[in-house]
Write a protein that binds this ligand. Structure first.
Ligand code: ADP
Length: 792
C-alpha cells in the first residue's frame, strides 16, 4: 500500500514513524544507503558499531534496521540477538545487508532474528522494496505495539526519574540529619550568627559543645549578641574582624583568647568563617590542656637541653641568640642566659672567633645549608684555649621559610689535648733512635716505628700482621723463648739480649725490653718490645775479651819466655863460669883444661846465639833489621852447612844429607838473598831438626818453583801437632810449654826465620806429622830484578 503512494505522502508518513537505522562501520555504505533511503523520503539515523546501534534502537525505535554483519567489536549477528533479547527493541525488523552471500551466513542471520537478507552489491530497488515491505508489515503489525512500547519506555523513564529524585531527597535528608548530628556531637563549640540591622552579630543557633565549653544554656543565648555571650571577643580588634568576615571582606580567621572569670577559665582557639550573606560561624575549642601540656613540654625540653653536656643554642634570622642552654652560657663565660639573648657572635666573642662564628651563621641562614662538625677554637673567660665541634642547622617554619638556626657545640678540648698528647707520643716513638714493636697477645705485629724499619730493612707493610718470630733466627733456645713468654704473659717485664735477623739475613744483637700493655681492667691487650742495637757494644765486648785473652796469653808467654830465658841463659853461663873456675884448678891436667875450654867456647856460642836471637827479634819489631841482598851461591852455602853440622851429626848419630840433583852439580845455582840471613834461616831450621830428632836423619836441599827456589829442611823427628803448625811461627811459641820440657830453646828461631824470609820476598811453611817428622820449606826469588822491599 505504501509503495504506491506519492513521495510527498510518503514523507509525511515516514517522518512520523518510518525512520530507518543504518548500522554499518563503512562510511561509504552508510552514505549510499542514506542517499537511497533519503531520496525516497525516509528519515535515517546511523550507528557505526554495536553499542551505538543498541542505544539508537532503544532511543529512536526505528521502523526498520539495516544491519551489516562484519563489524569490529560486536558483529551483526550478536547485535541482532541483543536487539531481540531487549523487550523494547525485540519487535523491530532487522534486515541484514552483507557481503556474505553463503547460505550458512543467511541462515545464521535468520536464526539470530533477522527478517530479511540482502546481499551486497545490492540494487536500489531491491533495498527500497525490502524496506517498504517490512515497514508496511511492521506498521500493520506493530505500530500500536511500538507506541505501547514507546509509552512504556517513557513511563519507565518517568518512573526512574521519580525514583532518582526520591533518592536525592532521601540522601539530602540523611545528609542534613548527618550534618546536624555532626554539629550536635562535635566537641568544637559552634555559634551560627547573623548580622542584624544594627550591625550586631546575633546568635541564631549553637551546639551542645558551645554550652558545655562556655557553661551557657542554649535557650538563653539564642537571639543574643555574640559579643555579650562571648565577652572576651570584645577585646581589641576582634569585633571589627568578625564584622569583616560576616560581610565577606575577610576570609577565615583563627586566633586564640584567654578567658578568666567566674564562669570560664581557660584558653580558647577560635575559628571564624563566613556562612553566607552577613552571617558567620564561630567555632571554638578549649585548648587550655593542650597549651598547658605544650608549656610542660617546653619546660621538659628546656630542662633537657640545659642538662645536655653539649652547648645548644637557637638564633633568629639576624644571627641573634634567642635560646642558649647552660653549657653554651658556660662556654661563653657569662652567668645568665639573659646576658647573651639578643646578641650575635660579633658581640659575644672578640676578634676572629666572633667574626668566624657570625659569618658561619650568615652562611647557614643565607644558603639553607648546614655546617656539620666544624672544629673551632676560642679563648674562654680565663684566656685558656678551648675547642668546640660545632654543627649549625637551619630552622624552617611550616611554609618552608627559614626562621633561624639551631647550633650544637661539643667541647672537645680534653679530646683534643689527648689527641695532641698521643700525637706527641707517636712522634716521639717515631723519632726515637730505638726500635719499637707492638704486637697483639699472640705476638702478631700491629705497629713498628721507623727506626725498626731502618734497622731491620723491613717496611712496616711487610711486617704488620706477621708474627714477631720472623726476626728470630732460631738462635734463642726453645726453653729461653718459652721462659720469655711465661714472664710477659704473667704480666711481667722481660729484659735481655736477642740475636735478631735483618731482612737481608744479616744478624744483629739487640738489647730488648718486652712488657705487657694492660687495659683498665688489667687485662693484657698487647705487648710492646723496645730494643736497641747493641751489635757495636757486643763487638767491643768480643774484642775486649780477645784483647784480654791476648794480654793474658802474652803475659803467659812472657812468663814462659822469662822462665825459658832464665833457663836458657843460665845454662850456658853456668857452663862458662863452671869450666872457667876449673881452669884455675891445678888438679886438672892440660888435656882436661883444653876440653874445658871447648865447653866454655860452646856455651859461650850458645849464649851468643840466644843474645843474637833476642837482639834480632827486638830489631825486627822496631824495624831496624837491614837486609843486604846479593847473588848467593846456593850450593856453596849448603856444602858449608853440611861441613859445619858433620860433627853434631856424628855425635847425635843422626844422618845429615845434602839433596842436590845430579844435573845441578855442574851448574851454578843462585838466589837473590842476604847470604848471612839465609845461612841464619837454614841454621835455625837445621838446629831445630837436630833438637827434635832422636834418631833417623836430616836432609837439606832445594828445588826450583817458577821464579823461586824452595829450600827444605827435613827431619824424622817428633813432628808437630796440626794445631801448632801455624802458631809456632809466632814469637815465644813452642809446642812444649811445661817445666818438664825435654827440649830447650827460647821460641824465637822460627819467628826470626819467618820475618827474614818475608823480608827477602819469600814465604815459609811446613808439613809435619807427629811422630814421623817435619819438613820446613821456604821460598826465595831467583830473579835478580824481582822487586822486593830491601829495607823493611
Ligand atoms: P825453639 O826451638 O828455640 O823452641 P823455635 O822458634 O825455633 O824455638 O821453634 C819453636 C817450636 O817449634 C819449638 O819449640 C818446637 O816446639 C817446634 N819445632 C820447631 N822445629 C821443630 C822440628 N823440626 N821438629 C819438631 N818441633 C819443632
Amino acid at each position: 500500500m505504501y509503495i504506491n503512494r506519492k513521495k510527498t505522502d510518503m514523507k509525511s508518513v515516514t517522518d512520523q514513524i518510518n525512520e530507518i537505522l543504518i548500522v554499518d562501520d563503512i562510511d561509504d555504505n552508510v552514505r549510499l544507503l542514506t542517499s537511497i533511503l533519503s531520496s525516497e523520503g525516509f528519515s535515517v539515523c546511523t550507528a557505526s558499531n554495536g553499542q551505538m546501534a543498541m542505544q539508537n534502537a532503544r532511543n529512536k525505535l526505528p521502523a526498520v534496521i539495516l544491519l551489516d554483519i562484519v563489524m569490529p567489536g560486536m558483529d551483526g549477528f550478536e547485535i541482532c540477538r541483543n536487539l531481540k533479547a531487549d523487550k523494547l527493541t525485540q519487535s523491530l525488523p532487522v534486515i541484514f545487508i552483507s557481503a556474505l552471500s553463503d547460505e550458512s551466513s543467511k541462515l545464521r542471520g535468520f536464526e539470530s532474528g533477522g527478517v530479511d537478507y540482502i546481499t551486497k552489491p545490492f540494487k536500489k530497488e531491491e533495498v527500497l522494496a525490502c524496506v517498504r515491505s517490512h515497514i508496511s508489515i511492521s506498521e500493520l503489525i506493530s505500530s500500536k505495539k511500538r507506541q505501547a512500547h514507546r509509552f512504556q519506555y517513557v513511563s519507565e523513564q518517568y518512573d526512574s526519574e521519580v525514583i532518582r529524585r526520591k533518592n536525592i531527597e532521601a540522601r539530602l535528608k540523611d545528609s542534613q540529619e548527618l550534618f546536624n548530628k555532626v554539629v550536635q556531637c562535635n566537641p568544637v563549640g559552634i555559634y551560627l550568627c547573623e548580622l542584624n540591622e544594627g550591625g550586631q552579630l546575633i546568635i541564631k543557633n549553637s551546639n551542645p559543645a558551645a554550652d558545655r565549653i562556655l557553661r551557657t544554656n542554649y535557650k538563653c543565648i539564642i537571639g543574643k549578641p555574640l559579643l555579650k555571650v562571648f565577652p572576651k571577643l570584645n577585646y581589641s580588634s576582634v569585633p571589627d574582624m568578625l564584622f569583616q568576615v560576616a560581610i565577606g571582606e575577610l576570609d577565615n580567621q583563627t586566633f586564640e583568647i584567654e578567658c578568666r572569670n567566674d564562669k570560664t577559665n581557660g584558653i580558647f582557639e577560635v575559628t571564624v568563617f563566613g556562612t553566607g550573606t552577613n552571617s558567620i560561624a564561630v567555632n571554638f575549642l578549649d585548648v587550655t590542656q593542650r597549651r598547658m601540656s605544650s608549656q610542660n613540654d617546653r619546660i621538659l625540653l628546656r630542662t633537657l637541653i640545659d642538662n645536655l653536656p653539649v652547648a645548644v643554642y637557637i638564633k633568629d634570622q639576624k644571627c641573634r641568640k634567642i635560646i642558649a642552654n647552660t653549657a653554651d652560657i658556660e662556654n661563653i663565660g657569662v652567668l645568665h642566659e639573659s646576658q647573651v639573648i639578643g646578641k650575635t657572635d660579633l658581640e659575644l666573642f672578640e676578634g676572629e672567633p666572633g667574626s668566624r662564628g657570625y659569618s658561619d651563621d650568615l652562611h647557614v641562614l643565607q644558603t639553607d645549608q648546614s655546617i656539620i662538625n666544624k672544629e673551632e677554637v676560642f679563648a674562654d673567660k680565663t684566656g685558656a684555649f678551648r675547642w668546640l665541634l660545632t654543627s649549625k642547622m637551619p630552622l624552617f617554619d611550616d611554609s618552608g621559610k627559614i626562621t633561624g638556626l639551631v647550633g650544637i657545640g661539643r667541647d672537645i678540648t680534653e679530646r683534643k689535648k689527648e689527641k695532641e698528647q698521643i700525637n706527641r707520643l707517636t712522634k716521639s716513638i717515631e723519632q726515637i733512635p730505638i726500635s719499637f714493636v707492638i704486637t697483639d697477645i699472640n705476638g702478631v705485629i700491629e705497629y713498628v716505628n721507623p727506626k725498626f724499619c731502618e734497622k731491620t730493612g723491613y717496611s712496616s707493610k711487610e711486617v704488620l700482621g706477621r708474627k714477631s718470630r720472623i726476626l728470630n733466627p732460631g738462635k734463642m733456645s726453645t726453653s729461653a723463648h718459652e721462659q720469655l713468654w711465661e714472664i710477659i704473659t704473667a704480666g711481667n717485664i722481660w729484659r735481655g739480649e736477642f740475636l735478631n735477623r735483618k731482612k737481608n739475613g744479616e744478624l744483629y744483637w739487640e738489647w730488648a725490653m718486652i712488657a705487657p700493655i694492660k687495659d683498665e681492667h688489667g687485662r693484657i691487650t698487647n705487648f710492646i718490645a723496645v730494643s736497641e742495637d747493641i751489635s757495636k757494644r757486643k763487638q767491643m765486648e768480643t774484642d775486649l775479651i780477645a784483647a784480654k785473652e791476648n794480654a793474658e796469653e802474652s803475659d803467659r808467654l812472657k812468663s814462659a819466655f822469662l822462665a825459658n830465658m832464665s833457663h836458657e841463659v843460665r845454662t850456658p853461663l853456668n857452663g862458662i863460669i863452671g869450666f872457667s873456675e876449673l881452669l884455675g884448678d891445678s888438679f886438672f891436667d892440660e888435656d882436661q883444661k883444653k876440653e874445658f875450654v871447648q865447653h866454655i867456647i860452646r856455651n859461650g856460642n850458645c849464649l851468643l846465639s840466644i843474645i843474637n836471637d833476642i837482639m834480632d827479634i827486638s830489631k825486627m819489631e822496631s824495624g831496624k833489621v837491614k837486609i843486604r841482598q846479593s847473588v848467593v851461591d846456593v850450593k856453596k852455602l849448603l856444602f858449608e852447612l853440611r861441613d859445619q853440622y858433620l860433627i853434631l851429626s856424628r855425635e847425635k848419630k843422626i844422618g845429615f844429607n845434602l839433596e842436590i840433583r845430579k844435573g845441578d852439580f855442574s851448574e851454578q845455582v843462585s838466589v837473590f838473598a842476604d847470604v848471612d840471613r839465609l845461612r841464619q834461616i837454614l841454621s835455625n831450621l837445621i838446629n831445630n831438626a837436630f833438637k827434635f830428632t832422636i834418631n833417623g836423619s836430616i836432609s837439606i836441599g832445594y828445588r826450583y818453583s817458577g821464579d823461586m827456589i824452595v829450600f827444605h829442611v827435613k827431619d824424622t823427628g817428633i813432628g808437630i801437632p796440626e794445631e801448632y803448625q801455624d802458631i809456632i811461627f809466632d814469637r815465644f811459641r813452642q809446642v812444649e810449654t811445661s817445666y818438664a820440657r825435654k827440649f830447650g830453646g827460647a821460641g824465637l828461631g822460627l819467628a826470626i826465620s819467618k820475618n827474614l824470609v818475608e823480608m827477602m820476598g819469600g814465604k815459609i811453611w811446613l808439613l809435619s806429622q807427629p811422630g814421623r817428622g817435619s819438613t820446613f820449606y821456604f821460598s826465595l826469588p831467583i830473579d835478580l830484578n824481582l822487586s822486593v822491599d830491601l829495607h823493611s
